[in-house]
Design a protein around this ligand. Sequence first.
Ligand code: NAX
Length: 329
Amino acid sequence: MATTITITGAGGQIGYALLFRIAAGAMLGPDEKVRLRLLEIPQGLKSAEGAALELQDGAFDLLESVDVTDDAAQGFDGSNIALLVGARPRGPGMERADLLAANAGIFGPQGKAIAESASSDVRVTVVGNPANTNALIAAASADGVPATRFTALTRLDENRARAQLALALDAPVSDIRQVAIWGNHSATQFPDITHATAGGRPVIEALAERVGDVQAWQEQTFIPRVAKRGAEIIDVRGSSSVASAANAAIEHTRDWVRGTDDWTSAGIVSRGEYGVPEGLVSSFPVRSVDGEWQVVEGIELSDWARGRIDTSIRELTEERDAVRALGML
Ligand code: NAX
């Protein structure tokens, strides 16, 4: 048996960075065959077809088939894993409401198509921005599919946070554990290091020796750096994050399927945990157990942390309300 993986926006940048790693086994391991479905809009078909030709030329042992289509029913047919990457970017002069509406027009129908044609075990990860609200719309449109099957990618934010801590502490990134991303995949997100460890030692304690006032460092250096890293990459590279985003999507899916021992972060549909209104797609510290994301329970939040999380949740609530006001939810 092979796993069927649908990638929307497969003709785009992140799609190109995803396809070859998935075909090489980076997501599901060296023993799992994969069937790739590349779903595009008509303008993106040529690029996806080109990628499909190159996938052939890769002669990957694990790659059973590649199909390119602009038909959602076909694209999601039998899909076990769906990476929703294609989205409408913000154009010049576009208001936030226009952006939300344009994306609701994509993720609503895709959610519906997933409900109608994907496999009953489908797992969906939304990468395309605004990722959290797009995931909420897709979940709400997918009648009969449990909301737990819809997630938004915040693993890139977690990876960025871990990398910044590793740099600040001059420690290997593999030593940095239990960093949590809360809230929206946006500038309001809260990268939380309260319970993070570096080589088993509390990060806060280790940081105090290096940066002095850890609270000030978090507020003035660390949080803005992580939350605005996407803009920094655009500034330096001249184009948005691609390979790091693809890597995060692969790690998120791998952990969802295979499980984790430790914490990680994912945008999932809230069941009211930590006061996040039920139904919003928010990032939480999570573990993956038996193929399901579970919110890490019992984390103590300071007033400062609570305030940060509330700000991001307010933004998510506003995004949801704006989509509702447009009659698209
Ligand atoms: P590209 O513009 O290179 O590719 C997007 C592709 O999606 C295009 O080929 C386009 O034809 C296709 N597309 C558009 N609408 C579609 C639809 N309805 N169905 C199928 N395909 C469709 O963008 P890329 O750099 O690949 O980024 C993709 C998305 O990821 C963007 O929304 C971007 O903002 C988002 N990101 C999310 C990140 C995250 O951590 N959650 C980080 C990276 C990135 O910014």
